[in-house]
Write a protein that binds this ligand. Structure first.
Ligand SMILES: [Zn+2]
Length: 215
């Protein structure tokens, strides 16, 4: 059962979010990005040089998490600028982006409408309504649901309506059992956990494995 976004190393079916080149574990998939919370404390030139190097690793599956957080105090224009830098790198190395979004869905919809991104986006910890979900799906985005799904009936309603081909599940920083999350999510979809896991396997392959034409 794939875990699309976690900060805790432990499974070869997880994408581990790492913060520096020293955190790379050869047998695990990983992603790396500059989280909006840490933009001001980070030497950007050094960080982006690091990401560029890591993009050549086969087990680096995505750029991120990165994005826009309207609750944190970092200047919003700076956040957008840094996010655009991630898009540039993702485009160049043909990697999807794992997105951190807090109260900024309309910012992303605006950016995506410009057609600047050449690779799909995964909104991690998706926590909004079906209207937003639809707008993102129309633009080839995937939505990843985490522990909030266990708690919010509103989010469960949204989840039920989102096509299974566009869904991922994740534990993020939380102490949630991914198997428990799959079982819970499968109940909402009224399918078996095995069927849901198979569909998410397909989504994973579709998103991350190169198509024969790209080899
Ligand atoms: Zn995270």
């Amino acid at each position: 059962m794939y875990n699309i976004h976690t900060h805790i190393a432990g499974s070869n079916k997880s994408i581990l979010n790492i913060e520096t080149i020293n955190d790379v574990v050869p047998e695990f998939y990983f992603s790396i990005g500059l989280h909006p919370w840490y933009i001001e404390a980070t030497n950007q030139t050094h960080f982006f040089n690091q990401i560029r190097k890591l993009c050549c690793y086969k087990n680096m599956l995505a750029v991120g998490e990165c994005g826009i957080d309207r609750v944190c105090k970092v200047d919003i224009n700076l956040q957008k600028k840094v996010f655009l830098k991630h898009i540039e790198i993702a485009n160049k190395y043909n990697k999807p982006i794992i997105i951190h979004c807090v109260k900024a869905y309309s910012d992303f919809i605006e950016i995506i409408k410009t057609g600047i991104n050449k690779t799909p986006w995964v909104f991690h910890g998706f926590n909004s309504n079906f209207d937003i979900a639809q707008k993102l799906i129309e633009k080839k985005c995937y939505l990843s649901f985490g522990s909030q799904l266990l708690k919010s009936s509103k989010l469960q309603d949204t989840f039920k309506k989102v096509p299974t081909e566009k869904i991922f599940l994740e534990t993020d920083t939380y102490n949630v059992d991914i198997v428990e999350l799959y079982c819970f999510a499968a109940k909402i979809k009224e399918i078996s956990a095995i069927k849901l896991a198979k569909q998410i396997d397909n989504n994973f392959n579709e998103l991350f494995l190169p198509k024969p034409s790209e080899l």
